[in-house]
Design a protein around this ligand. Structure first.
Ligand code: PLP
Length: 386
């Protein structure tokens, strides 16, 4: 029999397993094997697999209008923009399809703003270890060492500094700078938070120097850290921020969000065929209506407290290191062994977790994961730990 995956371009290593169904925190493959999913489409399925509010939204919207082209407004597009604007305090929302597309838009918007308001300044200060996406500009903005030799020449205009180093940040902002761009928690780098005090000082510094602050909330947004937006743990309000992943709860949906002062695209500067389609934005509205409720977000924080405590106990009992992160974006440091091997072993036992670096395990479960599922996860993980 021919291998049915033969024609799938091999852009990533994956085990030969085809997933056929998902429900809540559980995934099922074609052979009927069950997996407890603590990666959830890479921190995407914030309500878990096949949540009824998403299914209802998909069905109801698909039978009315899927896509009327970006040439016209549609009702879910307008409603989702309103929900994001009103919940964030920023004014303008551009809806698109992926995190990289939203960040590419943020970079363009900062360059546009620099042309208009800062004498043509176009540099953007980003951080070592940052991950902003896989388009050419967002790879150039990223501070991932593995990206350095790839696809030269890079898009120019990105200056990199170490995360949480205020002196380096202050020195990097010059007359050529249009913006500073940061993740509140560096997710792909291995769950390294920007300190709250650092974010607040960078906000003050960017105001003082007259440059924009862009926050990449693709991984941290939509309740992932226990607040709707991670910046809400601080007094910081960015000029621009981006959302993706959880915003669509599993469907391709992302957003570029800008304050009135920063929002300076002219008609024609930005666009895309699928951006703001009625079907995707209807799902985004259903996700926002579910996640942006005080009791939902309080439960994320409570589950997180429980998860952090139990994970730290397990790690300590095996001589491993500290738990990092916030809400349900968590990681644990391994003091020995290879995290990739742990992930492989866990997968064989029916547990899906992730190793963003050789000494780190990362967990990004559904935001409505239960304590019993956390307990089950730890039970499956324990025998895999070195
Ligand atoms: N920015 C951050 C912080 C991310 O974590 C990711 C994806 O992991 C992206 C951007 C890119 O998003 P996408 O894969 O949807 O293009």
């Amino acid at each position: 029999m021919t291998n049915p995956t033969t024609h799938v371009m091999k852009v990533t290593k994956r085990p030969y397993v085809q997933m056929v169904e998902g429900k809540g925190s559980w995934l099922y493959d074609e052979d009927g094997r069950t997996y407890l999913d603590f990666v959830q489409g890479w921190a995407v399925n914030c309500l878990g697999h096949a949540h009824p509010v998403m299914l209802d939204a998909l069905q109801a919207q698909a039978s009315r209008l899927i896509n009327c082209s970006p040439s016209y407004y549609n009702a879910p597009m307008a409603r989702l923009a309103t929900l994001v604007a009103e919940s964030s305090g920023l004014h303008d929302v551009y809806l698109c399809n992926s995190g990289a597309e939203a960040n590419e838009g943020a970079i363009k918007l900062a360059r546009r703003w620099g042309q208009r308001h800062r004498g043509g300044a176009y540099e953007i200060v980003t951080t070592h270890g940052a991950f902003h996406g896989r388009t050419l500009a967002t790879m150039s903005a990223s501070g991932k060492t593995a990206f350095e030799p790839l696809f030269e020449p890079k898009v120019p205009g990105f200056v990199k500094v170490p995360l949480n180093d205020l002196d380096a940040m202050a020195a990097a902002i010059t007359d050529h700078t249009a913006a500073v761009m940061l993740e509140p928690i560096q997710g792909e780098a291995g769950v390294f938070p920007a300190d709250d005090a650092y974010l607040e000082t960078v906000r003050a510094l960017t105001r003082e120097r007259g440059v924009l602050l862009i926050l990449d909330e693709i991984q941290t947004g939509i309740g992932r850290t226990g607040r709707l937006y991670a910046f809400e743990h601080t007094s910081v309000r960015p000029d621009i921020f981006t959302l993706g992943k959880g915003l669509g709860g599993g469907v391709p949906l992302a957003a570029l969000v800008a304050s009135t002062d920063a929002s300076c695209f002219e008609p024609g500067d930005q666009g895309g065929t699928f951006g703001g389609s009625a079907l995707m934005t209807a799902v985004g509205c259903a996700v926002m209506d579910t996640v942006n409720r005080p009791e939902f977000l309080a439960t994320v924080r409570e589950t997180s407290d429980y998860f952090v405590r139990r994970l730290a106990e397990l790690a300590a009992s095996h001589g491993h290191g500290a738990v990092r992160g916030r809400g349900l974006l968590l990681a644990v440091a391994l003091t020995r062994g290879d995290a990739a091997a742990v992930v492989e072993h866990a997968f064989e036992r029916g547990l899906i977790i992730n190793a963003p670096r050789p000494d780190t395990l990362r967990f990004m479960p559904a935001l409505n994961v239960t304590r019993d599922e956390v307990d089950e996860m730890l039970k499956l993980l324990e025998p895999c730990l070195p």
